[in-house]
Design a protein around this ligand. Structure first.
Ligand code: 8GP
Length: 839
């Protein structure tokens, strides 16, 4: 690093003309400067989109100052750091969140109004960066916000995909995927860092010298370069700003001179270009694992660059390798980055030449692993052949650590061959595979689930044999969501009401437990009226959005019933739509008098299906077919309206969540690891209809079961039901479910393809893995309870207010504090704000 003398420093400082001013004139000047100098447009004529770009650059300037100062400070203190490794960061739009976090939203709003722009309209110009699938990626984004806010010296590492999660279109009721080339119009939030680049090798050969794991020499193959792109992550109400570093692949510096000499110039250029494909596309699977070679390349590519970067930073101030785990904690967001642990081991052994025992101690002192699902189809198992050809030394090291590990297990559990079989990192005989979860568990000092029930299931079944070997490794870290984006930004009306009511400005935004105070107002008419008004305003906003984007008019005076999440059998969107059919058939059979008692509902179902997931795509078609029929049936007079909420993503989640009255979290007990939108809906005053699954269990504990509509079998009942025969289940098929099936078969909802009919046939025949028939009766009953409660608006609002009041636990600030205390052993480091010092 270049060290400058004090005198030069002074000079450089004065050149930079101090920090960015916070007054209106400075804001305007900086925006207009960017219009002219960065965008190359004239400041006398630019559009909303250009205003968005220039405003973002102007905000980014401030974030860069904060980022650099934070980084300098942490370096100067040789601070311990946390690194969050994730293949997905589902960030959502940045502008509003950044302005809110640096406390300048109002100032920018005024400054822009003054030059003829509306900040709210400018927000709408931003693309929604969607480098994630769903819960796992969005959790990573919430964690970044909380780590920055809590003054934790932390960094996120991931991949800068050219294509994020596809955009969902609906044609003829079917999902059609459109590519999301989110960078088409540039990305003002990132800083390209061609100076931060590392080589990454694939393939080639390796030779070993010495005994044991030996010292490896890995040569040949293909070398690609990883280039860093940094996005600043500002904390709320703090000067601290962290970094999200995403890697992009570029051709390496090594040329195949032979090919050039052979005159195959164009061909060799094209081959080099292939390196760029590595970071082209995010795999669109939310719940299954993709065994493609390119996916493995993505994983190693980003882990290899990340480990080099972390080591380089460590070496700035340190020479003693034993300090490495004390100063660096690396968290694995599921097993996707687990190869990072083997990569660190490889570098310590083959590059740094550390003895094996020391290297192993460093690795296991550094990594933590978070599991996000119990679905067996999601657990990664890489083919040994593929690993061997792509990463020969890594495969060799996995065999080596596995052997040592199994020998220890043999010693501790003599004669327990079954256990050896289960905990081995390698599975199978002919078609051998590497179980990445087993690698991650053995390489980490802690393994955590993401909700109490989920962690319980890990210990009791999925990882039972490991839990018995390492009881102290396993612990629970219940998920959370950032109240900045999921309350303060997306629901300003409610945020204002909370601030006014508990009379403490915005302190609750970093201390969600404070919101509990509003529970005392749940019966106070003045407060309740204001709360109702907030909800109506949010519903109007959603109404407007649906009209604009889908051309559907929805009434305001209905219960807004929302089920938005990825489409999956275990999440049971099918059960919801079957219930809607049941409700529709019921209404058809009612007289005028009875119909007057029906609570009108607008039912929103939204979410993306993985492109290769046939059944999930069939559900989308079914939902649209049912919507078609019901929405066009004049006889029921809008008592039910069904909206398939298209292209569910972070930015439209921020519209639909605040507007919901009822929100559905209805997975089969034992399948949803946590869920995080359940927390967002609760914070925004929607009532949950849900099963005792994932974090619903803890939400019920916090807000009281009586303030939710809980239904369905618990984990044990699910187990017993699954253990029965198909015959047994067939004999007990719920009658209302049968009627709904009939209506579908008879063509009431149009001609449906055979796949979906086949699916329903199988349930009828007793093959009901996700327990639709088991839970249907109590689901209907819970829906009826929701209707009854909704008719008593005073009671409904009271329940909603208590939900908000008691949702404090579900701030990701609490989650991150737990990770800090129990896994990372790190304390906050408050960096001095230069604005506090006289200049
Ligand atoms: C999700 C879980 O399904 C969800 O319950 C949880 O709230 C969220 O993670 C955050 O912890 N899991 C995944 O998205 C997941 O496992 N994805 C991998 C299979 C790709």
């Amino acid at each position: 690093a270049l060290k400058v003398s004090e005198g030069t420093r002074e000079n450089l400082w004065s050149l930079m003309n101090s920090y960015q001013g916070r007054d209106s004139r400075s804001i305007q000047r900086s925006i207009v400067n960017h219009v002219e100098y960065t965008l190359g447009l004239t400041r006398f004529n630019f559009k909303d989109f250009n205003a968005y770009q220039a405003t973002s650059y102007s905000v980014r300037d401030r974030l860069i100052e904060q980022l650099n100062d934070s980084n300098e400070y942490f370096n100067s203190q040789n601070s311990k750091r946390v690194y969050y490794l994730s293949l997905e960061f589902l960030l959502g739009r940045m502008l509003q969140n950044s302005l809110v976090n640096i406390d300048m939203e109002k100032k920018y709003k005024d400054a822009l109004t003054d030059i003829g722009f509306k900040l709210e309209e400018i927000y709408e110009e931003e693309v929604d960066p969607a480098l994630g699938n769903g819960g796992l990626g969005r959790l990573a984004a919430c964690f970044l916000d909380s780590m920055a806010t809590l003054d934790i010296p932390a960094m996120g590492y991931g991949i800068r995909y050219d294509y994020g999660i596809f955009k969902q279109q609906i044609q003829d009721g079917y999902q059609v995927e459109q590519p999301d080339y989110w960078l088409a119009k540039g990305n003002p939030w990132e800083i390209e860092r061609p100076d931060v680049a590392y080589p990454v090798r694939f393939g080639g050969t390796f030779t070993k010298s010495g005994s044991g794991c030996g010292v490896g020499r890995w040569e040949g193959g293909e070398v690609v370069m990883a280039i860093a792109y940094d996005t600043p992550v500002p904390g709320f109400n703090t000067y601290n700003t962290n970094r999200l570093r995403l890697w992009r692949s570029r051709p390496g510096n090594e040329f195949d001179l032979q090919k050039f000499n052979d005159g195959q110039y164009d061909k060799s250029i094209m081959e080099r270009q292939r390196a760029e494909y590595i970071t082209s596309v995010l795999y669109p699977n939310d719940s299954t694992w993709e065994g493609k070679q390119l996916r493995l390349k993505q994983q190693y590519f980003f882990c290899c660059a990340t480990i080099q970067d972390i080591i380089k930073r460590f070496k700035l101030n340190n020479t003693n390798w034993n300090d490495f785990p004390k100063l660096n904690q690396i968290q694995l967001n599921d097993t996707h980055p687990a190869i990072a642990a083997i990569e660190l081991l490889r570098v310590l052994l083959d590059v740094e030449r550390l003895p094996y025992d020391q290297a192993w101690m460093i690795v296991t002192g550094t990594f933590g692993y978070t599991n996000h699902t119990v679905l067996p189809e999601a657990l990664e198992k890489w083919s040994v052949n593929m690993l061997q050809s792509l990463l020969p030394r890594h495969m060799d090291l996995i065999f080596f650590i596995n052997q040592i590990f199994l020998e220890e297990v043999k010693r501790r559990f003599p004669g327990d061959g079954r256990r050896l079989e289960v905990v081995s990192m390698i599975e199978g005989w002919e078609d051998k595979r590497v179980r990445m979860a087993n690698v991650a568990i053995v390489c980490s000092h802690h393994v955590n689930g993401v909700a109490a029930l989920h962690t319980q299931i890990l210990k009791a079944s999925v990882f039972k044999d490991f839990y018995e070997i390492f009881p102290d490794k396993f612990l629970n870290m219940t998920n959370g969501v950032t109240p900045r984006r999921w309350l303060y930004c997306c629901n300003p009306g409610l945020a204002q009401l909370i601030s006014d009511t508990i009379n403490n400005d915005d302190d609750w935004v970093t201390d969600m437990r404070m919101v509990e105070e509003i529970a005392a107002y749940a019966d106070e008419q003045g407060f309740v009226d204001k709360f109702k008004q907030v909800k109506v305003d949010c519903k109007k906003q959603l109404q407007h959005y649906i009209e604009k984007t889908q051309g559907i008019h929805i009434r305001l005076d209905a219960m807004y019933d929302v089920l938005v999440k990825r489409i999956h059998e275990y999440k049971r969107q099918l059960m919801d739509i079957l219930y809607i059919i049941h409700r529709y058939l019921q209404i058809l059979g009612m007289n005028e008098e009875q119909r007057r008692n029906v609570v009108p509902r607008v039912v929103f179902i939204g979410g993306k299906a993985a492109p290769g997931y046939k059944d999930a795509k069939g559900f989308i078609k079914l939902i649209n077919s049912v919507a078609d029929r019901i929405n066009n049936d004049k006889s029921i007079n809008d008592l039910i309206k069904v909206v398939f909420f298209k292209n569910y993503c972070v930015s439209n989640a921020q519209i639909i969540i605040p507007a919901a009255d009822l929100s559905q979290h209805i997975s089969t007990a034992g399948t949803e690891a946590s869920g995080t939108s359940n927390m967002k809906f609760t914070m925004n005053g929607a009532l949950i209809i849900g099963t005792m699954d994932g974090a619903n269990v803890e939400i019920a504990q916090e807000i009281g079961k009586e303030n939710m509509f809980v239904f369905g079998a618990d984990v044990h009942e699910v187990d017993r039901y699954r253990a029965q025969t198909d015959e047994y289940r067939k004999g007990r098929l719920d009658g209302r479910l049968r009627n709904a099936f009939r209506a579908i078969y008879e063509g009431k909802f149009g001609a449906l393809n055979d796949d979906i009919k086949g699916y329903l046939n199988r349930i009828e025949a007793g093959s009901d893995h996700y327990c639709l028939s088991l839970d249907f009766a109590s689901y209907v009953e819970a829906q009826e309870r929701a209707d009854r409660t909704y008719r008593d608006q005073a009671l409904w609002n009271k329940m909603a207010i208590i939900g908000i009041a008691k949702s404090g636990k579900f701030s990701s600030d609490r989650t991150i504090q737990e990770y800090c205390a129990q896994i990372w052993k790190i304390t906050p480091k408050r960096i001095p704000n230069p604005a506090d010092k006289p200049q």
